[in-house]
Design a protein around this ligand. Structure first.
Ligand code: 3PG
Length: 211
């Protein structure tokens, strides 16, 4: 197994929920990360969806060493390079094109690639990946889809993400092929803007006890 795949296995085993985070202002990054850590959530996915994302990853890596910081929404090799340069220890992508997977392998960057169809899963296995994000999970069929995928692909462990709530997360986490789930509910924009770090810690505590 490629060494970077061990890193992904570790990330998937570090807790039941990976928060999918959108940071609009780098000033929020470190207190937000500390709030999540205080609630027992150590693996953080900071999405590259805002101009503040890369600086936020760098700030968290520098100031919060206990966090395992990844970059989300990676769609090309330039994104992987930017994430890596900022100190991200893994990447998450909404899809899994051959060029994206090849770039991650070439750069030895641990990746959790997004899949939605059996053909996506086959292509990812072919590229050496057996830890995959199912995205968008609820819209792709949710629990039923994951049960169906477990037949032909028992070697794959999934992190379903997209449309999962604290209520539905429990059912996803009970499936044998689900390692963890991803979700944005731990870091709602209104709590971040209000700097309600205690509120985010409470959401993180609830999430870390889901299994
Ligand atoms: C996303 O890409 O934003 C993630 O899939 C999170 O989805 P959610 O907001 O439905 O949790």
């Amino acid at each position: 197994m490629h060494p970077s795949h061990y890193a992904v296995e570790k990330i998937l085993s570090s807790g039941p929920v990976i928060p999918v985070i959108v940071i609009e202002d780098v000033a929020y990054a470190v207190p937000l990360a500390r709030a999540l850590i205080a609630g027992g959530v150590r693996v953080l996915e900071v999405t590259l969806r805002t101009p503040a994302a890369i600086d936020s990853i760098r700030a968290i890596v520098d100031a919060v060493p206990e966090a395992l910081v990844g970059a989300g929404t990676l769609i090309n090799d330039a994104d992987i390079r930017r994430a890596q340069a900022a100190g991200a220890s893994f990447g998450v992508s909404p899809g899994a094109t051959p060029s994206l997977l090849a770039a991650a392998t070439e750069l030895s960057f641990p990746m959790l690639p997004g899949v939605m169809t059996p053909s996506d899963v086959i292509a990812a296995i072919h590229a050496g990946y057996t830890a995959l994000k199912l995205f968008p999970a609820a819209q792709a069929g949710g629990i039923g889809m994951l049960k169906a995928l477990n037949g032909p692909f028992p070697q794959v462990r999934f992190c379903p993400t997209g449309g999962i709530s604290p209520t539905s997360a429990t059912d996803f986490l009970a499936l044998p092929n689900v390692a963890c789930v991803g979700g944005s509910w731990l870091t709602p924009a209104d709590l971040i803007e209000a700097r309600d770090w205690a509120g985010i810690t409470r959401l993180a505590q609830q999430a870390s006890q889901l299994r």
